[in-house]
Unconditional design. Structure first.
Length: 355
């Protein structure tokens, strides 16, 4: 453990237990929208996410990737969607605990929950909403000696700002949608893009593959067959990527940056130890409340499972709305919930600051 993390643990250990109505685990688009729906029914929320910023996979892996199926918005990229959601929930002033992972979840005597993170943060809440996508995720790292020395300096597993690669020689490794998408997006920006894949068959959209081959034919990028073998450079600054052909011969590619897209490893982590009934590492829920097998614990977004489940952002938004209605009965027992439309309700307008 590094001294910085130890200092953070010592600092959080001194804090008193935090109390709130709801804790949302996961600050991706679904977790963010859950804040909005909970806020409309007077439920205050804290959010916990292992990433160091809100947005989940949209912000971490696909900030510039266009999204076409958000109702009423013809096209929006991942980061823009996150920014709009953050603006939408601003009236409800949620508390974020970023760069923290929930390690412990126990029942309190009053039927609520106590959550603890690996950094020592302790929160008591009446309901828990798991919106953690497929769980904590991390990129699959290529088995290359000395890779760690280049990570974050010349080797990147996501593209947050395409302009950071302007004028550079880029090597992209992989054959899926992420590899092909970023190949096409970075060709106009980089000095030279080389796509490296072990075979001339891809798991990406055929239209993307055809466009890539067209750019190769026009001399605007390179495509090479081979497998990533080694890296050459000094002080974390990459100079060349070495690749191996099928006959075991090797060749070098000049490179300032390497983008390996080998997919993600999704792990439920501590969630798997919380006594919830699981279905193939997903949390089964009912479609009335989106409540799990444990009363008071809800699951929405990709981590939830039910017949007909679609892993779409818009589906998660719907799940968040119904979850909030059910959570109200737990957080405010005995208080009648009157359904209101944001279009016409003056009380909701006051909550949203538009009265």
């Amino acid at each position: 453990m590094g001294s910085e993390q130890a200092d953070r643990m010592n600092e959080t250990a001194k804090r008193a237990t935090l109390k709130t109505d709801a804790v949302i685990i996961g600050a991706g688009p679904i977790g963010l929208f859950a804040v909005f729906e909970l806020g409309l029914v007077d439920i205050k929320a804290h959010l916990i996410d292992v990433l160091d910023k809100p947005g989940g996979q949209c912000a971490e892996l696909y900030p510039e990737k266009p999204i076409y199926d958000i109702p009423g918005i013809a096209v929006i990229n991942g980061q823009e969607l996150v920014d709009r959601l953050l603006a939408q929930i601003k009236p409800f002033a949620p508390t974020f605990h970023l760069g923290e992972r929930v390690d412990g979840l126990t029942r309190t005597k009053d039927g609520g929950f106590r959550l603890t993170t690996e950094l020592g943060t302790e929160i008591e809440a009446k309901v828990v909403v798991i919106a953690a996508g497929g769980g904590a995720f991390e990129p699959k790292r290529p088995p290359v000696p000395g890779l760690e020395a280049y990570e974050g300096k010349s080797v990147f597993y996501s593209v947050r700002k395409p302009d950071a690669f302007r004028g550079k020689n880029i090597v992209i490794v992989g054959g899926g949608d992420s590899a092909l998408d970023w190949t096409l997006n970075l060709v106009p920006v980089a000095k030279r893009v080389t796509l490296l894949h072990r075979r001339d068959q891809f798991r990406a959209a055929p239209a993307s593959v055809n466009k890539m081959h067209g750019l190769v034919a026009e001399g605007k990028m390179n495509f090479m067959l081979g497998q990533l073998h080694a890296l050459e450079g000094e002080g974390g600054k990459l100079a060349r990527v070495l690749a191996r052909r099928g006959d075991n011969s090797t060749f070098a590619i000049e490179a300032d940056a390497l983008l390996p897209f080998f997919g993600l490893t999704m792990k439920l982590g501590p969630v798997a130890r919380w006594g919830l009934n699981l279905h193939e590492e997903r949390i089964p829920v009912d479609t009335e409340k989106f409540q799990s097998s444990a009363p008071g614990i809800f699951a929405i977004g990709d981590i939830s499972h039910y017949p007909g489940k679609l892993k779409l952002i818009l589906s998660g938004f719907h799940e968040a709305a119904l979850m909030a209605q059910a959570a109200h009965a737990i957080v405010h027992p005995g208080k009648k919930l009157v359904f209101q439309y944001t279009t016409t309700s003056t009380s909701l307008h006051k909550k949203l600051g538009v009265a």
